[in-house]
Ligand binder design. Sequence first.
Ligand code: MRU
Length: 350
Amino acid sequence: MTSTAIEPSLTWDDGAVLALDQRALPHRRELLRLETVDQVVDAVRALAVRGAPAIGLAGAFGVAISARRHTTAAGLDAPAVRADAARLAAARPTAVNLGWAVNRALERLPDGPDAVLAEALAMLDEDVAVNLAAVARAADLVEALTPDRPLRVLTHCNTGRLATAAVGTALGTVRELADRGRIAEVLVDETRPLLQGARLTAWELGEAGIPYRLCVDAAAAAAMSRGMVDCVLVGADRIAANGDVANKIGTYGLAVAAARHGIPFVVVASDSTWDRTLPDGTGIVVEERAPDEVTHLQGVAAAPAGAGVHNPAFDVTPAELVTAIVSEHATVRPAATAARAAEQLAALSG
Ligand code: MRU
C-alpha cells in the first residue's frame, strides 16, 4: 500500500493556510502563508494552489479565516462570512470541489468559527483517506485491465500530492502501481500552457524515484499508436451524472486517441468531484484564462503582439470514451453503461 508519509502541500498553521507555492516549482521551494480571504482567493486564481481537491481545501480554510475575522465581542457577522464564501467559491469556476468544500465549511457557521475550522480540518483528513482508498481501487483495476508486466502509463496535468492533501488521485495510482512493482515508465504530458506536467508531475515523479519521460502534449497520440502506452490515467475537476468528465485541457484528445488504439482510459477522482445536479457535461462551465498564458512562454513573447487567443483551462470528455471512473467508493464504467443503454434502445426499437 502507498505510504502515507507524504509532506502535505497545504496545512493549517495558527490562523493561516501554509501552502507550497506551485508557481515556483520545480526551481524553488517556497511556502506561502495565506492569512486573509483575499490572499486565498488570489492564490487559487493564480494557481499558486491548484488541483481540484487542493483548491477545495483552501476554500474551506478561507471560510474558517473569514469566520474568525468576523467574530467579535458583538458576535458573528454571518452575512460578511457568506459574502467571503461566495468570493472563495467563485475564484475558479470549473472544479466542483471548490464550491462543495466552501459550502460544507459554511454549513457549520451557526456553530461558530471553531466549528468551521474543525470542518475544514476534517476535510483535510478525509482527503488523505479518500486518496488512499481511491488509488488502491484504481491500481487494482489497472492491473486487471492491462498485460501482466511492468506498465507504460501516460498521464496529463498534475494529480499528485501537490493537487491534494496526500498522494493524489491519478498520480497517486501511479505511485501505488510503482509500489507494487508494476511501473516501467510514466509518459508525462507537459500540459500546455502552464506546464503542470513538466513542472509539477515530473518533479513529483523524480522525488518519488519513479521512472518517467516528458513529452509535448502533441506527442501523446503518436506514442499510443506506436504501442508505448498501456493505460492513460487522469484526474477530474467535475463529473456530470452521466459520466462526462471535465479535466485539464487536452484530456479529451487523449481519450479520443486512447479509444482509437484500444487503450484503457481511467479517471481517478474523489466522490466529491461528481456533480450529480448536471445530467451531462454540456452544463459544465469551462474556465477561460488570460491570453498571455498562451502568447508568452515563461514571460517571453512567442506570438505577434495582439494575437487573438482561445485559452480554455479545461475540456469535457464524453462518458462513452471513458473506460472507468474510480473513486474512494466505487468504480463506474460509463462507456459500458452507455453501450448497454444503446443496446437496450436498439432492442426496443427492433
Ligand atoms: O488548472 P489546474 O492545474 O488546477 O487543473 C488541474 C487538473 O485539471 C487536475 O487534473 C484535476 O484538478 C484533478 S487534481 C487531483
